[in-house]
Write a protein that binds this ligand. Structure first.
Ligand SMILES: Cc1cc2nc3c(=O)[nH]c(=O)nc-3n(C[C@H](O)[C@H](O)[C@H](O)COP(=O)(O)OP(=O)(O)OC[C@H]3O[C@@H](n4cnc5c(N)ncnc54)[C@H](O)[C@@H]3O)c2cc1C
Length: 455
């Protein structure tokens, strides 16, 4: 059996290495810390949590909770360590960060199938089965190596994410569907109603109130390494910074109303916030041009002043931080294999599966598939009705041009048939369907771990 190389011993790489080793493969895991630190990590432990100690909800009818349950079913080592290191946090899974990363480090370092090498790997090995999981703070030489493989246009270094809201939480009594100048996808004229965007019309008064609250809202302080980079803000100007450049900067910028008429008044609004479809199922919409560094609570408070968004459900908040990630839809398959080299897989935040638990999930998929390749078996893609499958399908299948990392959320799942209007019942039904489909899939594909599996 061939050796597997895993690069990066974070949340994704530790899970990937362990999954492959548990399936009888020989794994070499390269982690550059503590020899070379990232700007955010503080220790040499594997799977260090760089910020919050919360891994999000543990409730199965919440998207991160469902993903955790799926990971438990699939035998995730990192999640088992999180469960073992849990601290009281209501319905969330929060951990004692040192106990957690200590547990992962021990499980990996003591695994007889894993050789842990404390060294920076500066380029992707040209042959063999390789999992790259070097995370949002990938070292510069490795970033260069990835960029030369994929093309530099396919690698981003900053995240400037606009918030995403659930489509069914937008008030369509106020907001209206239309594209500028009545053009549909591909610039073709639309006949009658419709349009690619949901438009939230603002009167002059709405605009002034919104601007005032936006300018007064609290922002997240930038970290040292983000402040030091002169290009950080110019490359992805947050909406609140643009607003500071003058009272009409937004009205002439992302909120310009040109080519739009409110069907209820027959007139052009003073300003318009456009929402753009964010997933194929059309359940998620992002606020166009609203990349922001406002605190999350402030985003809800201020952006709900936008007409039509008073009751918006925020599925992802806007945020800005340094974040190396691939344009995965142009590069990866739902198995997380690089489309031009079957034996090269990517995992973790680098692929756009955002957040701690999403990174563990893509690490599990990449490790499992690396082992399957090493064993001469076909790699697997999990069903799109499961949260783990939906995430991998999102990163490999989203619209490439505007691709941004994504946390687990129910908007990624295909709609239920028949639909359920009550939110709590709907989420529960998503969870029931996901776990049933995962059960059927694991039985049919034989992907579950059996201890002592032959190598
Ligand atoms: C500042 C910051 C704050 C964040 N806060 C949160 C939060 O509160 N909650 C949340 O859910 N997510 C947060 N995230 C996102 C978070 O990084 C990911 O959720 C998660 O850590 C990503 O897992 P990963 O395995 O992809 O990367 P990481 O956990 O970062 O692991 C990557 C590993 O690769 C190593 N490495 C890098 N380059 C090389 C190389 N060339 N050779 C060998 N090793 C290398 C690194 O040292 C690191 O250990 C934050 C990210 C950043 C940057």
């Amino acid at each position: 059996m061939s050796e597997i190389v895993v690069i990066g011993g974070g949340l994704a790489g530790s899970e990937a290495a362990w999954q492959a080793a548990e399936r009888g493969c020989r794994v070499t895991l390269y982690e550059m810390r503590p020899e070379k630190m990232t700007p955010a990590h503080q220790s040499g432990q594997l799977a260090e949590l760089v910020c919050s100690n919360s891994l999000g909800s543990n409730l199965v009818d919440r998207a991160p909770g469902l993903l955790k349950q799926e990971l438990r079913v699939l035998g995730s080592m990192v999640l088992a360590c999180a469960d073992a290191a849990a601290v009281p946090a209501g319905a969330a899974l929060a951990v004692d960060r040192e106990a957690f990363s200590g547990c992962v480090t021990e499980r990996v370092a003591c695994h007889e199938g894993i050789t842990l090498v404390r060294e920076e790997l500066r380029s992707i090995p040209e042959e063999g089965i390789v999992v790259v999981a070097t995370g949002p703070l990938t070292s510069a030489p490795m970033s260069d190596s990835i960029a030369s493989l994929t093309g530099s246009g396919h690698l981003s270094f900053y995240d400037a994410m606009a918030p995403i809201v659930a489509a069914d939480s937008v008030d369509l009594q106020i907001a209206f569907r239309a594209s500028r100048y009545g053009r549909g996808s591909g610039g073709l004229p639309l006949d009658g109603e419709g349009g690619d965007y949901i438009n939230c019309p603002m009167s002059r008064e709405d605009y002034d109130v919104f601007l005032d609250k936006l300018l007064g809202a609290e922002t997240i302080p930038l970290r040292g390494f983000e402040r030091e980079d002169a290009h950080f803000f110019e490359a992805c100007l947050p909406v609140e910074e643009l607003a500071r450049r003058g009272p009409m900067a937004l009205a002439f910028g992302p909120l310009k109303p040109v080519g739009l008429r409110d069907p209820r008044t027959g007139r052009r609004p003073f300003a318009v916030v456009q929402l753009r479809q964010d997933n194929l199922a059309a359940t998620l919409y992002n606020l166009v041009g609203f990349q922001t560094n406002l605190k999350w609570g402030e985003q809800e408070r201020v952006f709900r002043l936008i007409p039509g968004l008073a009751h918006a459900a925020f599925m992802r908040y806007g945020q800005m931080h340094r974040n190396t990630f691939l344009c995965s839809p142009a590069l990866l398959k739902p198995t997380l294999q690089y489309s031009r080299r079957d034996g090269l897989l990517f995992a973790g935040q680098l692929t756009g599966t955002e957040g701690y638990i999403g990174s563990v999930a893509s690490g599990l998929v990449a490790g499992l598939n690396a082992a399957r390749l090493a064993r001469g078996e076909s790699p697997v893609a999990f069903p799109g009705t499961t949260m783990i499958g939906a995430l991998c399908r999102y990163v490999s299948g989203a619209e490439a041009q505007s691709f941004q990392p994504m946390k687990p959320n129910f908007g990624l799942l295909p709609p239920l048939d028949p639909p359920i209007s009550q939110k709590r019942d709907r989420y529960q039904a998503y969870a029931v369907r996901a776990l049933a489909d995962l059960g059927r899939f694991t039985e049919a594909s034989g992907v579950l771990l059996h201890r002592g599996q032959p190598g």
